[in-house]
Design a protein around this ligand. Structure first.
Ligand SMILES: [Zn+2]
Length: 116
């Protein structure tokens, strides 16, 4: 197996591995006021509650949507978003390799036709 084949096999393994846990989303952190009118959060911005984390994304229907992430799940959510980023990097690298492979094959075909 050539060096390029080994690199490609690793990228394909990475795609599958990251697909297991990836979440395609943006991360948003907001603070908010609560429903208790006497709470300090209503008069002092530094006493607002949070920050609360949300994963933001577009639904299949194209609408903006978000998922609240409780503090104990923040690390897992960030890892899932990171898995998407690495999945994307691996997909771009595989696609570039596919493009180069086709380009070489198509050029060989043109040279062979010209030689006839
Ligand atoms: Zn409050």
């Amino acid at each position: 197996m050539g060096k390029q084949d080994g690199k490609r096999a690793k990228l394909l393994r990475d795609l599958v591995r990251h697909a297991e846990t990836m979440i395609q989303a943006g991360v948003s952190r907001t603070t908010r006021t609560c429903s208790t009118p006497s709470c300090g959060c209503h008069v002092d911005p530094s006493r607002r509650h949070g920050p609360h984390m949300y994963l933001t994304f577009r639904s299949a229907a194209g609408k903006s949507a978000s998922v609240y992430v409780a503090p104990e799940h923040v690390a897992e959510a960030l890892a899932a978003k990171g898995a998407w980023d690495r999945f994307w990097d691996a997909a771009v690298a595989v696609a570039a390799g596919n493009r180069e492979g086709r380009r070489r094959r198509w050029q060989r075909g043109r040279r062979a036709r010209r030689a006839r």
